[in-house]
Design a protein around this ligand. Sequence first.
Ligand SMILES: Nc1nc2c(ncn2[C@@H]2O[C@H](COP(=O)(O)OP(=O)(O)OP(=O)(O)O)[C@@H](O)[C@H]2O)c(=O)[nH]1
Ligand SMILES: [Mg+2]
Length: 304
Amino acid sequence: MFKSVVDRLKKGLNKTKKQLSESLSVLNFARSIDESLFEEVEFALLKADVGVEATEEIIDFLKKESKKRKIKDGEQLKQLLKEKLVEILSCCRGQLNLIGEKPDVILFLGINGSGKTTTVGKLAALLKREGKSVVLAAADTFRAAAIEQLEVWADRVGARIVKHQAGADPAAVVYDAVNSAKARGDDIVLVDTAGRLHTKEHLMKELQKIKKTIQKFSPNQPCETLLVLDGTIGQNSIKQAEVFKQATDVTGIVITKLDGTAKGGVLIPICQKLKIPIKFIGVGEDIEDLQPFDPENFVEALLG
Ligand SMILES: Nc1nc2c(ncn2[C@@H]2O[C@H](COP(=O)(O)OP(=O)(O)OP(=O)(O)O)[C@@H](O)[C@H]2O)c(=O)[nH]1
Ligand SMILES: [Mg+2]
């Protein structure tokens, strides 16, 4: 089981891994440590979208520590790099926070096309595998075909779906979903919402209304508000997240589509700047391609 998780991760991160390992092939036994080596490492990190600030911090660390620890070759420097990346990413280690309230409610938000609905489907599958009963709330009543898309996922994973007609009030859908989950003793409600630009005030207000509706049932809910970010847009996702964070409580982040990009290094500035736990990463379109975020596995898959 463990092996297959790491293998899947490796496969999913292949583009970033390939690019990094090509650029970091300079880090071998034969290579002695000098200024030009550091420059090459710096370039490799920037190419993987680690970002200027984080890269500077990493290179500073490598220079200081390699002197202090009397590191002699590129391979040892690579171990040092892994150590630093794990340290940075560990700030954002975080498990899904479930309270066990029957239902716990998880709210998903993010801009259009970031991967919300797919993540809801994949997470439903993951929770079902853990033996939880899951209800999907089709609160994207805005985009044509959004409800059908969620229905396909519900069928696929064997979860109940609560839906209204297109154009209905999303808060009313959420009310029905939580109400019926409570009546039936279901464990978890996953709320799929419409894609919204953080700049659209009325859509952010709609989100507040959805939250208030959930809180009518319990002040502890939603137990998670997960912001879904598209990993392929690299560092633009940081700005996006900052604005969402100002508008609403975000308790966790999901970064999707890491399989489609060589910019997987973006997790590093996301961790450093946002300091919000990364709960899951999406590394493919399959039902099993949503993984809890684990800094050690992530770094191992990239540089191992
Ligand atoms: N390769 C890959 N594709 C993904 C991943 N996550 C989502 N996708 C794809 O991204 C596209 C958009 O995903 P959706 O889940 O529909 O995104 P959304 O945020 O619900 O979109 P809206 O409802 O329009 O706002 C779909 O084609 C998904 O299959 C991932 O981890 N890897
Ligand atoms: Mg959607």
